[in-house]
Design a protein around this ligand. Sequence first.
Ligand code: NAP
Length: 329
Amino acid sequence: MIGTGMIGRDHIRRVTDVVTGAQVVAVTDIDVERAKEIASTIDARVLPTGHDVINDPLVDAVVVTSWGPTHAEYVLAAIAAGKPVFCEKPLATAAEDGLRIVEAEQAFGRRLVQVGFMRRYDAGYRAMKRVIDSGEIGAPLLMHCVHRNQSVPQTYHSDMAVQDTAVHEIDIIRWLLDDDIVSTQVITPRRTANRFGHLQDPQVMLFETSGGVRIDLEVFVNCQYGYDIQCETVGETGTVRLPDPADVWLRSAGQLRTGVLQDWQQRFAAAFDREFTEWVASIADGRLCGPSAWDGYATALISDATTEARHTGRVVTLARPDRPAFYAT
Ligand code: NAP
């Protein structure tokens, strides 16, 4: 486990308490004290660097949960060592690095990389994909997506609305529609007064796929009231939308009300558990099948184009990249 920050600790707990067939044997973090603290609770060793973890003979598979700009280096090192590697998003902060990973993995000759796009393991999104694939709503025409966080820290800047936040929708749109985004635009409405002056919040992103499906995505990361993820697909003969996360509806004192989840850990806890359970099982089976390095690379291309679209105010088009047969699912 490389990086023992917020999600690293959560994945350590998951591997230790939820998943069978895996054990955390070595951890590292730039903050050695942080690594030591968590290692002492699970009887794991603390190694000096990520490269020491990757090359340790007791390590069969690697999880990268360090800061985004370090991901590509560790993933390439894991491929060089021939070890399966689960990398939290983003696979790479620049598309060129994503391409280097895709090329290195193909040169190795077998899939080793999985990217942490955990929404593909969410029961609601999986049900939506089954409906779309069944043809019951006809050909998809439109999608309406919403990604709202209660608040973000001051270090969050306007580009992160794409690179950190919208990447989840970019991946799930590609997966649900089995298509790529070839046109992107960002519209910036009046800013909320509830947060920092440097931050453009909310933002509206408009995407088009190669098949002509139009998608609008609202990213609003200081909405104040909770963590709210919505998605509706409009087809030729019907629509399908994500269910609200399970909670009771309370009728009392002349009112009808329900709760809103407050953070992403609550909302996607079951998806993260399933993601790690299936990843560990797929390593044991010798056939990785989760989100691939290609998905990480394709998402980085769209993310870069969307960042350019926000900076220039223009519609940015991109060619649909040719997926190598190696990554055919
Ligand atoms: P975090 O709390 O800042 O944790 C990252 C940890 O990695 C920190 O302890 C950091 O140390 C350490 N680190 C940085 N560079 C390192 C290096 N070269 N080698 C070893 N350790 C290093 O961040 P986080 O929220 O856990 O996020 C980590 C990654 O997971 C990010 O890429 C993020 O986008 C992703 N993530 C994904 C999801 C999801 O929904 N799938 C959710 C949350 C996060 P310092 O603090 O000293 O720099």
